[in-house]
Design a protein around this ligand. Structure first.
Ligand code: MN
Ligand code: MN
Length: 304
């Protein structure tokens, strides 16, 4: 999205997506309980997005404790919210490809409540700086400083990001730690800001886990196998370049096509890619807070 072609109509779509995302986030916060099945959380969030007239921009992420991001329930998932868990719920909504991205942490352990406040305060402080021309390193330093004031540590290799049509991560990133760069916040752009916070003695970075439950189209091509072609076409038509869950194929990819076999074949043909879950490298707990903002002439409009 370039600033000078940003019309009121597009902004209106972002605002609608943002309102749905914010509403679903607040609704699910009230519903999540210890012992609740993770798949139930995912499905409530995704169904509610659709009911309110949006589409999920990516599978609802429910990431527990040291899992920082990118966990969504596979079909038939039996996992539940453990006792005393930190539950990060990351929600994406799009209207015609215009995306709002927001996340919250539900905390069932009183010892970690400060960590949640640190993430929320870092997010709030960062948003207040989202004016045209503001150097991005200034925002990152503010996020890091706020988190450290609370006595915690930011995750250094997860970042906020620009958002574009049908692209969740596009253009410039907004790191959660001080860094050198000449990038500036630009008028008319949409950014997601997402501080991730962990304990002071943690590694402060994430590593790839073994599990992969979120996928995305990489290239559409002609395939010899008719079933595979059908699945790929379904993916292209329904999700375009946005991430999707295996659950969504199970639900909608009927007509006798084996979605499981298709997925692994499409992965080896490099038509689709899989996102590994991100785990804090020292297995310490992680919290997250996220909003999407539109940068107007005078400052930020929080969409979510
Ligand atoms: Mn997110
Ligand atoms: Mn994001």
């Amino acid at each position: 999205m370039v600033g000078d072609t940003f019309t009121d109509e597009l902004l209106e779509k972002y605002i609608r997506a943002g309102k749905i995302a914010a509403r679903v986030r607040e609704e699910i916060r009230k519903i999540v309980r210890e012992g609740m099945r993770l798949i139930e959380i995912c499905e409530i969030v995704e169904d509610e997005i659709r009911r309110l007239g949006g589409k999920p921009a990516f599978p609802c992420n429910v990431s527990i404790n040291e899992v920082a991001a990118h966990y969504t329930s596979p079909p038939g998932d039996e996992r539940v919210v453990p006792e005393g868990a930190l539950v990060k719920i990351d929600i994406g909504v799009h209207i015609d490809g215009y995306i709002a991205d927001t996340a919250t942490t539900v905390c069932f352990n009183p010892n970690y409540e400060d960590m949640v406040h640190a993430a929320e305060k870092a997010l709030e402080n960062a948003i207040s700086l989202m004016r045209p021309g503001m150097p991005i390193p200034r925002i990152s330093s503010e996020i890091q400083a706020t988190i450290e004031r609370f006595g915690f540590k930011p995750i250094s290799n997860l970042t906020g990001h620009e958002v574009d049509r049908y692209l969740i991560h596009s253009g410039k990133t907004i790191p959660n730690v001080a860094h050198l760069s000449t990038d500036k916040v630009r008028f008319g752009r949409v950014y997601a800001i997402e501080p991730f916070v962990t304990l002071k003695d943690a590694a402060g970075r994430v590593k790839d886990g073994m599990e992969k439950h979120i996928f995305r189209l990489v290239r559409y091509k002609s395939l010899k196998d008719a079933d595979l072609q059908k699945t790929l076409k379904f993916i292209e038509e329904n999700f375009k370049t946005l991430p999707f869950a295996e659950r969504w194929l199970e639900k909608y990819c009927t007509q006798g096509v084996s979605y499981r076999r298709s997925l692994s074949s499409l992965l080896s043909l490099k038509c689709i890619m899989a996102y590994p879950v991100f785990i804090e490298a020292s297995l310490k707990p992680v919290v997250q807070a996220e909003h999407t903002v539109y940068v107007d002439k005078d400052g930020p409009i929080v969409l979510t």
